[in-house]
Design a protein around this ligand. Structure first.
Ligand code: ZN
Length: 161
């Protein structure tokens, strides 16, 4: 899903009476930007996913583990060297053998994105959806949306909300 699609999804959910509360919950948990924390660890067996676009999310500790994994780093380095080094046909053939699959680090990360966990919430949002939520909310407030203006005035008054 690209940003216009996720904004459209948020708008659709916000306009429906039964899912409006869900979007308001996300706004309270994820905005203003900087309120939600980056997903450091994930403890349950269920794979972490964005609650809006369903993208898989990679926790920071998994990325850190990958960065300390000597085998993976070596393979990744080999990939980079092979990719950027010219040379004889044999060298290029060897390079091809190494790079014919995708880059090892990319393979490890796969289609997972970085994501955030809401403040006082168990909901997760990928970075793209968090930005879409921000765009949607800003635009609604500037258009005079009474509900969201009220939500934000309350957030300012009750700073620890
Ligand atoms: Zn998402």
């Amino acid at each position: 899903m690209n940003q216009p699609e996720t904004i459209a999804l948020i708008k659709k959910l916000y306009e429906k009476e039964n899912s409006k509360k869900f979007i308001i919950h996300l706004i309270r948990a994820f905005l203003p930007l900087g309120k939600a924390k980056i997903l450091e660890k994930w403890h349950t067996d269920k794979k972490p996913k964005c609650c809006l676009c369903a993208s898989k999310i990679i926790p920071v500790d998994e990325l850190m583990k990958a960065m300390l994994d000597k085998e993976l780093l070596d393979a990744d380095l080999q990939y980079i060297i092979a990719k950027h080094k010219g040379g004889s046909k044999e060298k290029k053939d060897i390079a091809y053998e190494i790079i014919k699959d995708e880059r090892p680090m990319n393979k490890f990360i796969s289609d997972r994105k970085r994501g955030y966990i809401g403040d006082k919430s168990d909901k997760l949002l990928c970075t793209d959806c968090q930005l879409s939520l921000y765009s949607f909310t800003s635009s609604q407030i500037l258009s005079g949306d009474g509900t969201l203006n009220w939500v934000f005035q309350n957030k300012i008054i009750n700073k620890n909300e």
